[in-house]
Design a protein around this ligand. Sequence first.
Ligand SMILES: [Zn+2]
Length: 89
Amino acid sequence: MKKNAASPIFVSGCRHCLGDKKVRFRSFSDKAWSYLFVAGEVDFEVIGNPLCDSCYNDLREVLIDSHVEVEATEIPAKIAQRVKSLSES
Ligand SMILES: [Zn+2]
């Protein structure tokens, strides 16, 4: 998958809902991704991948509702590694 840091990228297909929708990369923090993964909201493969608008809004609401838990979430090493490698490419 190609990434271009200069502009949001729209590609087709959301890994989270598996819908054929316009998606783009979302700037969730590694802590946010960790919480979503630990809470069972996303599969590991979804982490760092582009999301469609409805999935993004759903997950963002989860993060807002759970911000205390999100802050307390420890970042598993494999997630830190994945987010880091995705953001550096
Ligand atoms: Zn989706």
